[in-house]
Design a binder for this molecule. Structure first.
Ligand SMILES: Nc1ncnc2c1ncn2[C@@H]1O[C@H](COP(=O)(O)OP(=O)(O)O)[C@@H](O)[C@H]1O
Ligand SMILES: [Mg+2]
Length: 334
């Protein structure tokens, strides 16, 4: 690894020793994001001029063999799956300086759904259904390959702009993915401390039961709730209480927070959020078919746009006021 000086406007040597460093064929340009396990950089593949993304294990996790194994498992989990809804992995390596593992991926231009929610929440039902369809398409392919994602959430889903301005979803971060037969694990730092968000965690995972495709579908239910309402179904002061709520409490309906949610979609989200995996839809494909039916039904029976509640209240007040004025006039203005 060497550190060229003064190349590129975005290089800030000294701030982060990886900025400007060369890793084999890749020159690291700048940071583009971070998550619980890694820091993600944009890099240039020098032989081809192609932009790539490199996720490097966080320095504080460098001594954790579990975290390193997780990053390599991410390569194994998605390396064999090629699908437009799943980020393409190109390889992996280890930093010569401290042996930290890194993962090379296709570079994505766009924002995570988490960032999109910060700007645009809540999203309209049509857009949510289109985004969910692509998420489910990618998950269906992963599930068919025997891979359960285990960490489906807004921060792990990227939206890029496709031709014509349409949004294309990419599933990221298969670092917690499980192949069939592995025991349930949780995201750890060091060896014992749980980090990461339990906000999307299926009830069975809070009990440390094995993850299945149905666990991912539960998280899709939380994601749908989040996109439709701009908030999570369970909000509590501690991670433990959130997990407890996922395990025991009846979730609120999305309609309670956003009156424009179509009832059919509201009902589907509630089924995805069923406590027992067997009570959820049987597969990602089954949910896609249901979304298709709902979209078709909505197209055939367009609903009149509801007036916002405040507008309705103002109209009601205006009607009352004019009724009172009429009564006053009818009584001769006495
Ligand atoms: N291939 C990519 N192209 C562009 N940005 C990316 C890419 N992969 C990840 N990111 C950014 O980095 C963030 C963290 O990535 P993620 O894979 O979720 O890391 P972690 O495993 O640490 O949670 C993402 O939310 C996204 O903003
Ligand atoms: Mg992540």
């Amino acid at each position: 690894m060497d550190h060229p000086r003064g190349e590129g406007n975005d290089l800030r040597p000294g701030e982060d020793p990886l900025l400007g460093a060369t890793l084999g064929d890749y020159q690291v340009r700048h940071r583009v994001g971070e998550g619980g396990i890694g820091i993600v950089y944009q890099a240039l593949q020098q032989s081809t001029g192609r932009r790539v993304a490199i996720k490097v294990l966080r320095p504080e996790l460098s001594s954790s063999p579990k975290s390193a194994r997780r990053l390599l498992e991410e390569v194994q989990a998605v390396g064999a799956i090629r699908h437009p809804s799943i980020v393409e992995t190109l390889g992996w390596g280890q930093l010569p300086s401290d042996g930290r593992c890194y993962l090379v991926m296709e570079y994505l231009d766009g924002v995570s759904l988490e960032q999109l929610l910060e700007k645009e929440a809540p999203l309209c039902a049509d857009e949510v259904m289109a985004l969910l369809d692509q998420v489910l398409e990618g998950l269906g392919v992963a599930h068919a390959a025997g891979v359960v994602h285990r960490d489906v959430k807004a921060g792990n889903i990227f939206v890029t702009s496709a031709a014509g301005g349409a949004r294309r979803v990419k599933l990221l971060d298969f670092g917690l993915a499980m192949h069939p037969g592995r025991s349930a694990r949780m995201r750890l730092t060091g060896e014992s401390c749980v980090v990461g968000t339990p906000d999307y965690m299926a009830p069975e995972l809070t009990q440390r039961e094995p993850a299945t495709a149905q666990s991912d579908l539960y998280s899709v239910g939380v994601l749908a709730f989040h996109l439709l309402t701009g908030r999570l179904p369970f909000i509590a002061p501690s991670a433990h209480e959130v997990m407890r709520a996922h395990a025991r409490e009846v979730p609120p309906r999305p309609l309670l927070f956003e009156s424009s949610v179509p009832v059919e979609l509201d009902a589907l989200v509630m089924r995805l959020l069923a406590k027992r995996p067997a009570d959820r839809p049987p597969s990602a494909e089954a949910v896609r078919q249901e979304l298709f039916r709902i979209a078709r039904h909505l197209a055939e029976h367009p609903r009149r746009k509801r007036k916002p509640r405040t507008a309705l209240a103002m109209i009601a007040l205006a009607v009352l006021a004019s009724a009172a004025a009429l009564a006053y006039l009818a009584l001769g203005g006495r």
